[in-house]
Ligand binder design. Structure first.
Ligand code: FRU
Length: 726
């Protein structure tokens, strides 16, 4: 069935209406399906076709797909250099079309398939490839042969090419009265840009298409996306504001002839949301997630002029990872976020991978303007070579890439995720950069710069005691131990939150011990801390990528709540603790506070009457005789095992020592995840979790004996999204 394109001028739908099948279509006649061990009545010459059909990909060939069944014609036998022909037995043309699957080289005389009538070639087809790269996929194609009805014909498959793409793939040749749906290569549509966005129809899980945006014939943006041929799951806004008043062309590598995709793309002034934007069933209500598309790492976290800036790895055009842009959101309290649109877009240097941001207060970079210091973003352009680049802004809204990029050239292909800070004692910028070395060796390279533009390698931190060291997304900051400014330690941390404490002389980090474990849960990765929080604030606040998969939504993944990091002295040495920031208090709508009590096994459940969708639960207890203290929060069991001093969250267990005989627990529950804090923040256990929408119950019980509850409160929370109606 043809899905009608929105605009009539587009691609090939019209063709299919015109060529619709006659009223009484005869059955298809299979000319060859190439499923046998040999070519049957076909005759072959030369060596390119071997003695029978290939069974998929041949040795040395890129993966061949798109054929039907198990066998196909593949003239790559012996590689590209072999040549030959394959000729069908004579057959009578008895249907309107001959349909087939074809792939391989694109040379009408040398890698091709011909239809011969009376010994003359009357139709010709080739594969799609005439340059390096490309694809070994076969695609459907057809010939209209109605004018030869009743004539005797032969099909000739030829491989006379010996260089790159010197082969041809063919399968499933049929005579049919139904016009087979073919493919359009490089389908194009021109737009005169009068509106800020083009809305792109996306089908989650659909086949990938490569879309190029061409301006004056040159590609200015290349994205991969699952374009919806029919009804889309959602619309991805493509910001084309940079080309207002100009003509741009969208070019799609290939589309089924009857696809509505390119015709459905619509120019709009403002991004239209689904009616339930921010209230979708799997939208975290107080965890940041992008309106549309995928997010991973937080990037460029910086505080400037009263605003917290959160950039993030964003795929605006798909539900899975890809097309890395830097999305951008701002907040006045780290809790209520407003998404502002993508600020770093892939360019000729590659996709925009993770990095950080600083305020260049002294305008060392010269990128400030009119006495205003710039925010400078330091990011990885992950092309080949993979390099570090900068971009800047004096208004926190418009960011300009530095014309002198890159600022750090490729070290190895695996260098990425620069985190930059101002080091006051040595009056220098310091960058920590992840650099993967051959042999799966992970290193952190330290660079120094006077101006954020010129960087020199200062030192390299390698594996400690033979262990492979910190991997990806390093962060580096100084914290007092137990709040004592005279006892400060440097913390070098990585994407999985493993970290080391140590000293730093402006050039070299000296770890004090081997790496330590940070968070204790699941689905937490690549966190980053804010730069430039005011000195009077004094906090170090981190946000992590919360891997909360949201199937069926127009967005995927989210961020954790903001976490205050501290170093706490323990008998084993200083350790990181995690505390949800105090600003989250503003989410409380209704609070239930309970007095001290003894919690007896089988006794009264203090939480029996509390119902909440978005939950903050705080409890302090001494386990006493209880072997277990069990909280149930919307179906999730949070079990404190008093003997083992362990906590288990939805089946995942982590150490959680008592502190002065007490356990203090904080639990946040949103639509996509739990975050549990125990042992005064020594145990932070994030956990992707989707409570059943109807299950709003909470409960608390003791097992094996009575526990002493010294404090218990539950706060029902409001959504953080400003537009969420309640
Ligand atoms: C970590 C990471 C980074 C990289 C980014 C790409 O999740 O792999 O190392 O910069 O994601 O999206």
């Amino acid at each position: 069935m043809c899905i009608r394109p929105v605009l009539a001028s587009i691609v090939a739908c019209a063709a299919i209406f015109a060529a619709s099948a006659p009223a009484r279509a005869a059955d298809d006649i299979v000319i060859a399906d190439f499923e046998g061990a040999d070519y049957g009545g076909w005759t072959s010459t030369g060596d390119a076709f071997g003695s029978g059909p290939a069974r998929g990909t041949l040795p040395g060939q890129m993966r061949v797909d798109g054929f039907k069944g198990k066998g196909l014609v593949d003239s790559f036998v012996g590689g590209d250099k072999s040549t030959g022909t394959l000729t069908s037995p004579e057959f009578k043309i008895g249907r309107r079309f001959i349909g087939f699957l074809i792939g391989g080289g694109k040379d009408a005389g040398k890698t091709c398939m011909d239809l011969l009538v009376d010994g003359k070639a009357v139709r010709n087809a080739t594969g799609p490839n005439d340059r390096d790269g490309g694809t070994e996929a076969l695609a459907p194609a057809s010939w209209d042969v109605s004018e030869f009805a009743g004539k005797t014909a032969v099909i000739l498959i030829t491989d006379r090419a010996t260089g790159g793409w010197g082969h041809i793939n063919v399968d499933h040749i049929v005579q049919t009265d139904h016009k087979p749906v073919g493919w359009v290569a490089d389908a194009k549509r021109r737009f005169h840009v009068t509106r800020r966005f083009l809305e792109i129809p996306v089908k989650n899980g659909g086949p990938n298409r490569v879309v190029n945006v061409l301006v004056d014939g040159k590609s200015v943006l290349r994205i991969d996306t699952a374009l919806a041929d029919g009804e889309p799951d959602w619309w991805a806004p493509m910001d084309v504001g940079a080309w207002l008043g100009k003509d741009i062309t969208l070019q799609v590598d290939k589309l089924p002839e009857d696809s509505a995709a390119i015709g459905a793309i619509r120019p709009v002034d403002t991004v239209r949301g689904p009616a339930d934007l921010y209230r979708e069933p799997l939208r975290g209500q107080f965890h940041f997630s992008p309106k549309r598309g995928w997010n991973n790492d937080p990037n460029g976290m910086v505080y400037f002029a009263g605003e917290y800036h959160l950039f993030f790895q964003h795929n605006p055009y798909g539900w899975p990872w890809g097309n890395m842009h830097w999305g951008h959101a701002v907040s006045r309290d780290m809790v209520h976020w407003e998404e502002l649109g993508d600020k770093l877009v892939p360019d000729a240097m590659g996709p925009m991978f993770s990095g950080s941001a600083v305020v260049d207060w002294k305008n060392t970079s010269g990128l400030g303007k009119d006495g205003k210091p710039p925010i400078v973003l330091i990011y990885t352009a992950a092309g080949d070579p993979a390099v570090q680049c900068i971009a800047s802004s004096t208004d926190g809204r418009t960011f300009t890439k530095y014309p002198g990029n890159p600022v750090v050239r490729q070290v190895t292909g695996g260098n990425r995720d620069p985190k930059v800070m101002w080091h006051e004692p040595s009056k220098s910028w310091v960058m920590v950069l992840y650099v993967g070395l051959p042999g799966n060796k992970h290193t952190i390279h330290f660079f120094r710069s006077p101006n954020l533009r010129d960087w020199t390698l200062a030192s390299i931190t390698e594996g400690v005691a033979g262990s492979s060291y910190l991997f990806e997304c390093p962060d580096f900051f100084e914290l007092p131990v137990d709040g004592d400014a005279s006892k400060k330690k440097w913390v070098l941390a990585a994407a999985d939150t493993q970290y080391a404490t140590g000293t730093f002389d402006g050039t070299r980090f000296t770890p004090e011990q081997t790496k330590l474990t940070g968070q204790r849960g699941r689905g937490f990765y690549a966190p980053q801390t804010f730069s430039d929080l005011p000195a009077k604030d004094g906090r170090r606040v981190q946000i992590g990528w919360f891997q909360t998969e949201t199937k069926g939504m127009s967005f995927n993944q989210s961020m954790t709540v903001p976490l205050e990091l501290k170093l706490t002295a323990t008998p084993d040495g200083p350790r990181l603790t995690y505390t949800p920031v105090k600003e989250l208090v503003s989410l409380r709508s209704r609070s239930h506070r309970f007095g001290r009590s003894m919690l007896e096994p089988g006794g009264r459940d203090p939480l029996a009457k509390v119902k909440a969708e978005l939950v903050e639960l705080r409890a302090e207890f001494a386990p006493g005789d209880a072997s277990e203290v069990v909280f149930t929060v919307r179906g999730a069991k949070i079990i404190y095992d008093a003997r083992k001093q362990e906590i288990s969250v939805a089946g995942h267990t982590a150490p959680a020592p008592l502190r002065n005989g007490r356990q203090r627990l904080v639990v946040y529950c949103d639509r996509t995840g739990l975050e549990v804090f125990a042992s005064d923040g020594l145990a932070y256990i994030p956990m992707p979790y989707q409570p059943k929408p109807g299950d709003l119950a909470l409960s608390l019980e003791a097992k094996g004996g009575a526990a002493k509850i010294t404090s218990l409160e539950v706060h029902e929370l409001k959504p953080a999204w400003k537009t969420a109606a309640r």
